[in-house]
Write a protein that binds this ligand. Structure first.
Ligand SMILES: Cc1cc2nc3c(=O)[nH]c(=O)nc-3n(C[C@H](O)[C@H](O)[C@H](O)COP(=O)(O)OP(=O)(O)OC[C@H]3O[C@@H](n4cnc5c(N)ncnc54)[C@H](O)[C@@H]3O)c2cc1C
Ligand SMILES: *[C@@H]1O[C@H](CO)[C@@H](O)[C@H](O)[C@H]1NC(C)=O
Length: 479
């Protein structure tokens, strides 16, 4: 071989070894991420910063227009900061969130986020989901180790003999395409196409959130999320921009007050929800109903699982979902990315081609994420049952819960909700306290001669409390 041709050959090797060229020409990377949403973008940046070659595939790079993921809890803001992505909250007209205002039949309790002594005090942010996503995508595109490609993933490519995942088949602009990597991460959201074959559970949907955008609404407490509790299911209100406020109205399946006979969801909003809202919000809520353009999203519950397919990771809503009442989804996703980044760092896993090592680390991931994810999952599901209160025992617990807040027992519960207190036992403790307070109230109110009835009633309430929390605790203990 002449020296000239060997120079050419080594040039060509260098060319093929350039990860960016490999991604562009050969569609090959260390890691492939399907879905440039909350989880996918954050993970792409985290891996990119660690020097991995990343392909991030997204079916539409246009700004999303959705009613989801609009309030980021302080625990999510902190995780975003740990990922070096806090800037993504700037320049999107985001609103500071300092805590919640819970309104129970017209009575208010203000619940500020706890100050953990650190400064600045923990704060949340609320915003238009699409604007935040565009910032996250910009951050991914700005990293030279990440290539973002607009394409729709259609199926996984697996090795016929080891069953390992090797990449994904895609459709881009009508033509077939494929992408390959040592590791494939599925982060395609709540309706995940790829979950079915690799996740043993299916999402359970008991209600939908119907979203309205209020213009120049006057919220009772500025810079706070509002939860409105009445005889109907809960309503959330929070500002998402200088002029815009999101209202999310929970409508359980088969809610009789929203049946077609009585005017459907629109009738329900007008006849039942509107009068239950704070007076100052009613004009803008009414105007939003009149403008129409109602949108809904299913509120799903999906317990997490360990993955058993080599070469594959499932993340975000594709892996694990809880009722959005407590606005915890993005906080779980960002905290997951922090844990995953550390468990799969180049020091611990030099190459993603070592799929057995990756799987071992993912087993640790499953248990390590429980600190925060379990708290948020269990809290969201049990609080939803209590706030929806569709039976008399639950109404006793709902009132007990509000009284618990009125007594000033707020720092623990809000710390859990904010994603700042990452201790499942603290949640269990507060839940038990609420149950016992509710039962104590039954006794305190009843005349002495009704004592036997109240004893039976309290056993029944206690049993309901167990049903509200225990199944969700058990679901967190599964592999
Ligand atoms: C009504 C409602 C309100 C909510 N409110 C909040 C809240 O206030 N705060 C909060 O923290 N969480 C909230 N959540 C939850 C939160 O929205 C999710 O947890 C979060 O968006 C999950 O992020 P993800 O990355 O898993 O999915 P997504 O952010 O949905 O991203 C998935 C991405 O994958 C892309 N994709 C899908 N299929 C393909 C494919 N085949 N090929 C390529 N790309 C694909 C999609 O286009 C999308 O960009 C809410 C959820 C609901 C339902
Ligand atoms: C990209 O990867 C290289 C290593 O391949 C790393 O040194 C660099 O810091 C990464 N760039 C960014 C912006 O994270």
């Amino acid at each position: 071989m002449s020296s000239a041709s060997s120079i050419v050959a080594s040039d060509r090797d260098a060319y093929f070894d350039d990860p960016k060229e490999r991604r562009r020409r050969h569609h090959e990377a260390d890691v492939l991420i399907v879905g440039a949403g909350i989880a996918g973008c954050a993970l792409a940046v985290a891996f990119g910063k660690q020097g991995r070659s990343v392909l991030l595939l997204e079916k539409s790079l246009k700004e999303p227009d959705r009613i989801v993921g609009e309030l980021l809890q302080p625990g999510g803001v902190q995780a975003l900061e740990q990922l070096g992505l806090r800037d993504c909250l700037e320049g999107i007209d985001a609103i500071i969130v300092k805590g919640y205002d819970v309104i129970f039949h017209g009575k208010h309790v203000q619940i500020p986020y706890p100050t953990d002594g650190s400064s600045p005090a923990p704060e949340g942010r609320s915003f238009h989901h699409g604007r935040f996503i565009m910032k996250l995508r910009e951050a991914a595109m700005a990293n030279p180790n990440v290539s973002v490609v607009e394409t729709t993933a259609t199926s996984l490519i697996t090795s016929s003999h080891t069953k390992e995942v090797l990449g994904v088949d895609c459709i881009s602009g009508g033509s077939r395409d494929c992408f390959f990597a040592d590791l494939t991460v599925i982060a395609d959201g709540y309706a995940s196409k790829f979950r079915r074959e690799h996740h043993p559970y299916t999402p359970r949907v008991k209600s939908k959130f119907w979203g309205l955008e209020l213009i120049d609404a006057e919220l009772p407490v500025p810079y706070h999320g509002h939860v409105v509790l009445s005889d109907s299911p809960p309503v959330l209100l929070y500002q998402i921009g200088k002029h815009e406020t999101r209202a999310l109205v929970d409508v359980p399946e088969n809610l009789s007050a929203a049946s077609v006979k009585v005017g459907g969801v629109k009738g329900y909003l007008r006849n039942t929800v509107l009068p239950s809202l704070p007076r100052s919000v009613q004009p803008s809520f009414h105007a939003a109903i009149e403008r129409g353009a109602l949108r809904s999203m299913p509120n799903s519950f999906l317990p997490p699982t360990t993955n058993k397919t080599l070469g594959l990771i499932i993340l975000g809503d594709a892996l694990n979902m809880r009722h959005p009442l407590t606005g915890g989804g993005m906080t779980v996703a960002f905290n997951d990315v922090v844990v995953l980044r550390d468990l799969l760092s180049p020091e611990k896993v030099p190459s993603f081609a070592d799929t057995k090592l990756v799987m071992k680390q993912m087993y640790s991931f499953h248990w390590e994420r429980k600190r925060f994810a379990s708290v948020i999952n269990i809290l969201a599901q049990s609080l939803y049952s209590v706030f929806c209160a569709d039976d008399p025992n639950l109404r006793v617990l709902q009132r007990g819960c509000f009284q618990y807040f009125q007594l000033g027992r707020i720092e623990g519960p809000i710390g859990l909700l904010a994603g700042l207190v990452k201790e499942p036992l603290v949640l269990f403790w507060h839940f038990c306290s609420v149950a016992f307070l509710s039962i104590w109230c039954l006794f305190a109110e009843a005349p002495f001669h009704q004592l036997p009835v109240v004893v039976l009633r309290s056993i029944s309430v206690f049993w309901t409390a167990c049903i509200v929390i225990v199944p969700y605790m058990l679901s967190e203990m599964k592999r």
